[in-house]
Design a protein around this ligand. Structure first.
Ligand SMILES: Nc1nc2c(ncn2[C@@H]2O[C@H](COP(=O)(O)OP(=O)(O)OP(=O)(O)O)[C@@H](O)[C@H]2O)c(=O)[nH]1
Ligand SMILES: [Mg+2]
Length: 371
């Protein structure tokens, strides 16, 4: 699904981890499409990121401004009221963001808005917020940017995003991004596909063009790394009110694995955004949302959580993950599958991803290939 964290995982791995490995260990080679060694910068479009990060933040502010109105509240003074309106206008006309003058006054207003009591009240609803536009919600890296220092930095004219800033921001993937590297003599290609609804419809047709088959004359192996956002467990489906985006994610995984083009692929599931999931289940406002995952909890566990907010972390993870494992167990039993709970914004994701590639995919599944 869009925003599950696929590109964040890839960015963390390729940009931060692999770059280091390639520089320090000759067994690793970062490559171009034709397997020649890639010497230039892995990705360097700072201008695109700068504008996207600003847009992400203005999008989030716009969502919370609308929540202030929904709450029936007003901003502290007329000046903020006018500024809020101008931010709404800016979000509605996103293409103007790159040309907005990043003045001291603009930054000051942003900070004043952040500190406004009505805005703070709206922010406190961040785990529940959902406006009536499908797939529009505050991005999950928002907390990283919501402080005076970071906001001022991002909205300075000369701002250049750091790698960390990029990790926390959202740049939806359009079509497919490809990455190539070699570990010893084994060639590894990673395709990162977009997960928004408009992109998902195209994925099955892409698959038909990729070499995901297994034939006896080659040692090729293909895997699907399916990234699930745990944070979607309480995000209502735009069309089916008794379902969530997590249910849609499980249904999509099923459709993907039913495709003849994935018949020979192993499947690896990252249950991502475990930090956001934990924040939500400990938020009293989200207590009733446990009903979306109640099939995975015993009546006593459900009661204890609803009445007292008490829960065992592992049980909650299991309850969400059950939706996926049940499908694997019932319909895709012959698939080799692995799963991990992850937090893609945590640098430790690099080791998780790396271990998975190296130990599980490479060593267990193509052990004959490695020198
Ligand atoms: N808090 C938190 N934020 C995360 C985590 N993983 C990703 N994010 C944030 O979620 C947002 C979306 O991440 P992306 O990596 O762009 O999602 P994607 O799956 O590639 O989305 P599409 O390309 O649209 O399919 C970014 O703002 C990330 O910083 C996580 O584990 N925890
Ligand atoms: Mg992406």
């Amino acid at each position: 699904m869009g925003s599950a964290g696929k590109s964040t995982i890839i960015r963390h791995y390729f940009i931060l981890h692999l770059k280091y490995l390639c520089a320090t260990n000759s067994n690793y080679k970062y490559c171009n499409e034709d397997w020649s060694e890639k010497k230039d910068e892995i990705e360097g479009d700072d201008e695109i990121w700068k504008n996207k990060i600003r847009e992400n933040i203005i999008n989030a502010f716009d969502i919370f401004i609308k929540q202030v109105y929904k709450n029936g509240d007003k901003f502290e003074n007329e000046e903020l009221q006018v500024f809020a309106k101008s931010l709404e206008h800016l979000y509605a006309n996103k293409s103007e963001i790159p040309s907005v003058e990043m003045s001291d006054l603009f930054r000051e207003h942003l900070i004043n808005l952040l500190n406004d009591p009505s805005f703070k009240k709206a922010l406190a609803l961040k785990n529940k917020i959902q406006i009536d536009e499908p797939e529009r919600k505050p991005f999950d890296g928002l907390a990283y940017f919501l402080n005076e220092t970071k906001l001022k930095e991002v909205f300075y004219t000369s701002y250049i995003p750091s790698e960390e800033d990029k990790i926390y921001s959202r740049l939806p993937t359009i079509e497919v991004h490809r990455y190539y590297f070699m570990l010893n003599k084994t060639k590894i290609e990673i395709y990162d596909a977009g997960g928004q609804a408009s992109e998902r419809v195209r994925l099955l047709s892409y698959l038909s063009r990729w070499n995901t088959g297994q034939n006896s004359s080659s040692n090729n192996r293909s895997f699907i790394l399916f990234v699930v956002s745990l944070s979607d467990y309480n995000v209502k489906h735009p069309e089916y009110p008794d379902k969530t985006l997590l249910d849609e994610s499980a249904a999509f995984m099923d459709a993907l694995l039913n495709s003849e083009h994935t018949r020979h692929c192993g499947v690896l599931i990252f249950f991502n955004k475990k930090d956001r999931f934990f924040e939500k289940i400990t938020d009293e406002l989200c207590r009733d949302d446990v009903d979306y995952i109640k099939d995975g909890l015993s009546p006593a566990e459900l009661r204890d959580y609803k009445l007292n907010g008490k829960f065992k972390k592992d049980k909650m993870f299991d309850a969400v993950e059950l939706k996926f494992f049940k499908l694997l167990e019932e319909k895709h039993k012959n698939k080799s599958s692995y799963s991990r709970n992850t937090c893609a914004v945590d640098p430790k994701i690099m080791e998780t991803f790396h271990d998975v590639i190296k130990n599980e995919i490479l060593l267990e599944n193509i052990s004959g290939i490695l020198p």
